[in-house]
Design a protein. Sequence first.
Lengths: 197, 201
Amino acid sequence: MGKKASTFTNMTLTLFVITVVAGISLGYINQVTEGPIAQAKLQRTTNALNDVLPEFNNSPIDDMWKLKTEVVKDSIEIYPGMIDGERIGSAIVASSEKGYNGLIKIMVGFKPDGSIINIRVLEQKETPGLGTKIKNEKFISQYRDKNPATFNLKVKKDKGEVDAITGATITTRAYSEAVQLAYDILMENKTQEKTNE
Amino acid sequence: MSEKIDQKQNFLKGIIKDNPVFVMLLGMCPVLGVTSTAFNGLGMGMATLFVLLMSNIVVSIIKSQVPAKVRIPAFIIIIASFVTIVEMVLEAFIPFLYEQLGIFIPLIVVNCLILGRAEAFASKNNLLSSIIDALGMGIGFTIALVALGASRELLGSGSLFDFRFVSEDASTLILFILPPGAFIALAYLSIIFNKVTAKMT
């Protein structure tokens, strides 16, 4: 089993061949998976939209527009839900970086009057079994049908009205902050959007 | 390679005698990081098994063509390519698992178990032995991760593979889902594993 001698030419050639083969195969796999990856992402957004908005017959993904704010790094996305051109709700993707492990990204569905329909978590890195309870029905139900105009979105520890998850106050705080941000954006853009059209 | 390797022994050593987690304590980063649930452990184990198998196969095939002085960079390129393939395939077809494992998928590249097997075994043995070695080691690794994940999930959230045994707000030993719990659970499982296998042999 004679190994090749470690001459300069041999070493260069071997590494060159290996990297070229690796590069070509990665390029090929990337081409194959590109479509499904994009589709999986789109599917996730569609699923979330169906969960947080009442029935709609437009295509919120095509009607979506983005906003830049100074509060968070990611741009805010607004998806309008409409039936025959009439706005029946808005889904807003907002985030907070103050989660226990950083970013928490959620989608909040609002009725035209500003009350919350439903909330879905899109991205989070919270502690499994602890912070991840923000996905549980029991936690979300306390936000449902509440209007942030009258419902104080801070956790009870901070003199608000939200019941924090036991052992995950930081997560709850960040989550509530993102909901509040979504609400603020909605209120700011309610009038703006009308003048745009 | 004059002596013939007993393939059954070769396969079983990865699971019992040289178990990568409980005996050799290799690849601790994913072992401690992702095993907060049994399902995560299983996913990570399967991903590692695949990369280990593919890298052992390729290394074993090209071993006589690689000059000794550049073998480590050559192995790393091969391993990194397969890890990237796993990452892209997971993101495309099992996005749920991809989100759960997060940063730990790219980190498979630096899992010393894989480079260790490429260097210590696949670069010295033939294709068949290398495949069996990879399967044994990979399965041993997966079993260890699932065992660790299952015990942490059971103690920490009172569930197993997302099947709950206690009500949602029962107080469980949250410590076991947090990083320190990973070390504690690993230590006790290693003791039990080594006690049991010492008796067996």
